[in-house]
Every structure is written in structure tokens, then in C-alpha cells.
Design a protein around this ligand. Structure first.
Ligand SMILES: O=c1[nH]cc([C@@H]2O[C@H](COP(=O)(O)O)[C@@H](O)[C@H]2O)c(=O)[nH]1
Length: 364
């Protein structure tokens, strides 16, 4: 009898010991990750809240900032930035807004810092920062020329990965521009998804891009692409931001947030280093009819061509034209979509944290 009790106790004790050791080693690895970045790194600052959330395996959701510096005007962008952070919190996550403030990359902003960044939107010295722009803006910052920058999906992914964040929610993905087969104007978002292990949840991409070629390019890059079915039967379209139907079938259909989290977990468990993209269609009540938005976009694309706007200026130019033509209706839909993506992305992150926790408890 005493033996049995002792043996039970020893099993319990060793489980406890292993799980404690496991937790400590996990924390140590996150600490190690941060030690490269935080105190000693003059280029990237991770906020205390985000660091602690990662340490305790809480569901952290990355948020980008090009949407504020080059998408929405001030002060609407400030309101949106704070609203998106509170949507993450009310859905059980910790927001990690990512961008460049005064020449230093930030993972996690305070409310005051967020106001400072969003208030600088539209100024020429406030940059749109993709992967290629990071060394430039951070190098100048270190040397004393302290610019602000809104990070694109690609730029945000680079910084989020360094901090150890796995889930990122935003509005719309960059893509292959129309005529991209000649101009080679392909967003660095797509190559970033090919090389960075992170799940991005967004509303697909706007149809002023070439969606068919964008999906081809993502396939070449080895990116897992799925679209939430939202109760629809069979295969669904990859969404075109303002409208649920793009005329292009999504490579995969995802049932719900839990299924998405299981796919992310498998990606991590199998150590596959490329990214995942989960498209979340615009809520039906905000969806603009495909024909209507197609005509508006066609005109905006013609205007962009005439004005000679290319490269990284192309997306902001077209978005601005669409806003003018729709009398702001596109902005209302845009906001509703981003909010719904962020809520959904947080639910994915919450499921992922739970799956990871269960896995950790069972396997140490
Ligand atoms: O519907 C949108 N698409 C894209 C963007 C932003 O533009 C970037 C892509 O720009 P480019 O095509 O220059 O890579 C995206 O990562 C995102 O930050 C946006 O604000 N809204």
C-alpha cells in the first residue's frame, strides 16, 4: 500500500518536475530570443507587455502600421489603431502593433507612441517600410536622423518573427500588380510569406491587383493559402477585399478558427519554415457588389497609369482614388473588414495558444 502511494507520488512528482523544467526551458528560449532584441539592441524595441505575454505563451497578435501611415488619414487612423488594439484585447489576446517610431522599430506601442506615429501620417518623411527599407530607416535612426515608418505586411512579418510572434492580422495583402508579368511589380508581402513562418489573417487582396497571378506566385513560394468558408458549402472564392467573390477559387477552404490554429500548429510541429495565409471574407453586409467595385477599380487603375504612379506609391494612389470615387463608402467597408479580420485573427491566436499549451502539458 505504502509502496503504491510512494510510486504514485513519484510519478506525480516527476511529471511536475518535467513540466517545470519544460516551462523553464521554454521561457529561457523566449528570453534568449528577446535578449538579442531588447535591452542591447538599439534598432528594435519590444514592449514589456508583449515580452511578458510571449514569455507566458499568451495569444499575441501582430498588427501592421502602413494601414495608418499610408491608408487612413489622421485622426481616423489614430481611432482605428486604438480600436484594433481593443478588439484584440476583448477577444482574449495581446496586441503587438509594429512600426518604426523615431528611427527605432517597435513591437508593441504605448497609447502615446501610437498617437505620435499616426499623427505623422501623410508627411513625406513618414515612410512606408517593407523588408528592404528596414536597414535604411533603422540605420539612419541610429545615426540620428529619426524617421517614422509604417510597416507593410512584409516589414511587420520580419519584426514580428524576431520577437517570436506567430499570428498577424490585417486588412489586405499586397500582390502581383496588373501587368506584373512585364513590370515585375510584385509585392514583397508574397516573398515574405514564402520565407517567414507566420500566419497572416487578412481580407484577401484588392482586385486592382492580379489575383490569379498572386495565387500562382504564392503557390510557387510554398505558402499555404486558405479561405474561411463562413458556413458556405464546397470550395469558395479567394476574397477580393471589398467583395467576397473574386472569380478565383481559393486553394483551400478553412472551416473555422480552430481548424486554422491546428494547421499553424502542424506547420510549427513539422518545422516547415514558410508562412500561411488565411483569407477572411468581408462580412456580407459590407460587401460591395463585384460589378460595381470592378468598374470603380478599373477607373482608378487608369488614373494611376496616367499619373505614372508605380512601385510602392501605386497601392496608396489607387486606394485614394477609390476613396474619392465612392465618397468614402470604400473606407467604411475597409474599416469593417479590418476589424473583422483582427477579431478573427485573435480567435485563431487564442486557439493556437490553447493547442500549444495542451501539447506542452502532454509532451513536456
Ligand atoms: O488593401 C490594402 N492592401 C495593401 C495595403 C498595404 O500595402 C502593402 C503592400 O504594398 P506593396 O504592394 O508596395 O508591397 C501591404 O503590406 C499593406 O501594408 C493596405 O494598406 N491596404
Amino acid at each position: 500500500m505504502a509502496e503504491r502511494v510512494l510510486s504514485k507520488l513519484s510519478i506525480k512528482y516527476s511529471r511536475f518536475l518535467w513540466s517545470t523544467l519544460g516551462n523553464l526551458s521554454k521561457r529561457a528560449s523566449v528570453r534568449q530570443l528577446h535578449s538579442k532584441l531588447s535591452d542591447n539592441n538599439p534598432y528594435i524595441k519590444v514592449s514589456k507587455e508583449v515580452k511578458e505575454a510571449l514569455l507566458y505563451r499568451q495569444p499575441v497578435v501582430a498588427l501592421e502600421t502602413t494601414i495608418y501611415t499610408h491608408g487612413f488619414p489622421y485622426p481616423d487612423n489614430t481611432a482605428l489603431a486604438s480600436r484594433l488594439e481593443s478588439i484584440v484585447r476583448t477577444n482574449g489576446g495581446i496586441p503587438a502593433t509594429i512600426g518604426v517610431l523615431n528611427g527605432v522599430a517597435r513591437v508593441g506601442f504605448s497609447a502615446e507612441e501610437l498617437i505620435e506615429l499616426t499623427a505623422s501620417a501623410g508627411r513625406p518623411e513618414t515612410r512606408k517600410v517593407s523588408r528592404r527599407d528596414l536597414p535604411y530607416i533603422l540605420g539612419l535612426g541610429y545615426a540620428g536622423r529619426r524617421l517614422n515608418g509604417g510597416t507593410t505586411i512584409a516589414g511587420t512579418m520580419v519584426l514580428a518573427r524576431l520577437a517570436g510572434i506567430k499570428v498577424f492580422a490585417t486588412g489586405g495583402l499586397g500582390g502581383v500588380h496588373r501587368g506584373g508579368e512585364n513590370s515585375m511589380d510584385v509585392s514583397a508581402d508574397l516573398t515574405e510569406l514564402g520565407r517567414t513562418n507566420m500566419a497572416v489573417i487578412a481580407g484577401g487582396c484588392k482586385s486592382f491587383l492580379d489575383i490569379r497571378r498572386t495565387l500562382e506566385y504564392l503557390e510557387t513560394q510554398g505558402v499555404t493559402v486558405g479561405t474561411f468558408s463562413d458556413g458556405r458549402e464546397g470550395r469558395v472564392d479567394f476574397p477580393a477585399f471589398w467583395t467576397r467573390d473574386s472569380g478565383n477559387l481559393s486553394p483551400l477552404t478553412i472551416k473555422d478558427e480552430e481548424e486554422a490554429a491546428n494547421i499553424i500548429r502542424a506547420q510549427q510541429g513539422a518545422q516547415i519554415s514558410s508562412g500561411l495565409f488565411f483569407a477572411s471574407p468581408i462580412p456580407a453586409e459590407y460587401s460591395i457588389a463585384k460589378e460595381k467595385i470592378d468598374a470603380i477599380i478599373a477607373q482608378a487603375v487608369r488614373d494611376a497609369e496616367e499619373s505614372g504612379s508605380t512601385g510602392s506609391d501605386n497601392t496608396p494612389f489607387i486606394l485614394n482614388r477609390i476613396r474619392e470615387t465612392t465618397d468614402g463608402a470604400s473606407v467604411v467597408a475597409n474599416r469593417a473588414l479590418v476589424e473583422s479580420n483582427v477579431a478573427r485573427g485573435t480567435k485563431v491566436a487564442v486557439h493556437l495558444a490553447k493547442i500549444n499549451d495542451d501539447h506542452f502539458k502532454n509532451n513536456g
